[in-house]
Design a protein around this ligand. Structure first.
Ligand code: ADP
Ligand code: MG
Length: 276
């Protein structure tokens, strides 16, 4: 079942006399229970995509659907419900996810309290998450008493406390050492296995690519390639037939702004045009 679908998604930031086209017709489909990494150069639109999926930014054009909910047309109230019940969001800076005065256990209970869950259920879920995340011995510690890796894992626990359908994480391993980053990725996999959570995370970390089902690469605000263990890296052809040839390929083949395309025995051949 499809959980996330973006069709020709466009997001434009408007400053006083400047428009930045952060997403430029992005297409993406993510199935239930998939763990997907979004990679791409700085400024390619990764955070913007996450913020659109988190209903922090509204699409300027095109569509973003999560669990069939069209994010472009949410009322404020529906948006609050969506953010409380459908998604969990892990900010890159773990401390933004945590309440400093509350213990680890209380931090895990807070989102459940806001969702109106009964006390027994909240406590059981907090205990289960502390156990899954290897933080049982930290139950009664406040965030400042935890290491960076522990804080980041607790932040993950807070984001999934209400069993969201979709977990969004923007560079969750960016500030972690190798061992903590690996631990965090294993935890994400466990949560998916236990709750069927769909996970979409932005990353710079090549290690991450070995822990996910699929890697989607964004170039200039569009999904350009997809990598799976079974298929290797594939170029994405959007519904309008567009694809992006990476710069390295264009350079190697000497392609300019115009090319000649022909089909030869089931192969598509793209050649330099003399006037290209
Ligand atoms: P990434 O996360 O891949 O580094 P971003 O989504 O943060 O990329 O940014 C995509 C583009 O949008 C960049 O050119 C960035 O400068 C621009 N941008 C991001 N946020 C804003 C904003 N709030 N206002 C104006 N431009 C922005
Ligand atoms: Mg970013």
């Amino acid at each position: 079942m499809t959980v996330i679908e973006c069709r020709s998604l466009v997001h434009i930031y408007k400053a006083t006399d400047l428009e930045v086209f952060a997403l430029q017709g992005l297409d993406m489909t993510i199935e239930e229970g998939e763990v997907v990494a979004i990679v791409g150069a700085s400024g390619s639109g990764k955070t913007t995509l996450m913020n659109v999926l988190a209903a922090v930014e509204k699409p300027s054009a095109g569509q973003a659907l999560v669990e069939g909910i069209e994010l472009g047309s949410l009322t404020d109230r529906a948006r609050d419900t969506y953010r409380r019940d459908v998604i969990g969001y892990v900010w890159q800076n773990a401390t933004l996810n945590l309440t400093p005065e509350l213990t680890a256990s209380e931090n895990l209970q807070l989102p459940q309290l806001l969702a109106g869950r009964p006390r027994k259920e909240r406590l059981d879920r907090a205990t289960e998450l502390l156990d899954t995340l290897g933080l049982s011995h930290r139950r009664d510690h406040v965030p400042a008493q935890l290491s960076g890796g522990e804080q980041q894992r607790l932040a993950l626990g807070v984001a999934v406390a209400n069993r969201p359908k979709v977990l969004l994480a923007d560079e969750p391993t960016a500030e972690l050492d190798r061992a903590s980053a690996r631990r965090m990725l294993e935890d994400l996999g466990k949560l998916r296995d236990r709750d069927g959570t769909t996970v979409v995370m932005v990353t710079h970390d090549h290690e991450v690519e070995r822990h996910v089902d699929r890697v989607l690469r964004i170039r200039d605000g569009r999904t350009s390639t997809e990598t799976r263990a079974e298929t290797g890296e594939l170029l994405i052809v959007d519904p309008a037939g567009r694809l992006q040839l990476p710069k390295s390929v264009r350079q190697e083949a000497g392609l300019g702004a115009r090319v000649r395309v022909r089909v030869d025995g089931g192969r598509v051949i793209i050649e330099r045009a003399d006037d290209g």
